[in-house]
Design a protein around this ligand. Sequence first.
Ligand code: HEM
Length: 293
Amino acid sequence: MESDKGTGVDPGTTSCRDLEEGIQRAFSRDMSYGDYLQLDLLLSAQRPLSDPPQHDELLFIIQHQTSELWLKLMVHELRSARDLLREDQLAPSLKRMARVKHIQHTLTDQWSVLATLTPSEYAQIRPFLATSSGFQSAQYREVEFLLGNKNEDMVKVFGHDPVAQAELTALLHEPSLYDEFLGFLARSGYAVPAELLDRDWSQPYRMNLALVDTFARVYASPAEHWGVYETCEELVDVEDNFQLWRFRHLQVVQRTIGSKTGTGGSTGVAFLRRALDLTFFPELFEVRARIES
Ligand code: HEM
């Protein structure tokens, strides 16, 4: 083409792609993408309350809703990882944990989107949030319970939601992922104190020094205990990732509301900071001090 001479433009370049013959175009009888995913339901669930409408409320809603979707998958995977350990199926359980870790990365990375919300933008939507707070996230508590951070008081927060409360109550009384790992260890011939294998699962887990001794032997000879050693490190990764999420949340809260109290009624940043001292798998951190060079 004469006009393209010397410009370096390929005359074949176009912004339009022809649709192939075989591509399905009619869905009055067949299932479409939107049908399968129930997108009409999903995409109609963003209902900003601000009046007059505030531009940033949609961001706030979507950030929370996407977090809840990922939490849903995390609960699904953690339950399965735990149940597989109960059946002594270590390799498939590790596969589940690997996926959990990727979900955690996604959840932590997505804080950067909400961090674009300035304090003044948040202040515009704050009145419409009323007393609602992520503190009331049932799925977040399910994840915590599955990982072993049991707290009966948390269940009381869900009196308004009998389904969530029943789910949490059940999880409170079931062994956590770590409890099942300890059961697996005992069945595999490792020394696990009896009081850890048969206890009231609803009670918070407390560090056991005899178990640290067992892990110290594993960490002294990783090659001899590879499967157990690998699982210990996967669990440490999961805890590490959980703390990263908590820390990013704390940072976003700090830059958004500073020292103000939370919509859920807590002191805000001071309350959230105390969660950074929690640990799911205390012996796996304690054992690190026992490793000799
Ligand atoms: C600008 C955005 C946000 C602010 C200012 C904020 C603020 C807070 C505050 C102050 C608390 C303490 C409880 C309270 O008094 O309300 C809290 C708890 C919590 N928030 Fe957020 N949050 C934000 C975004 C999110 C998002 C996107 C999620 C995702 C699900 C989330 C999940 C949680 C959870 C799970 C807790 C309970 C943490 C715990 O018990 O340690 N928050 N939030």
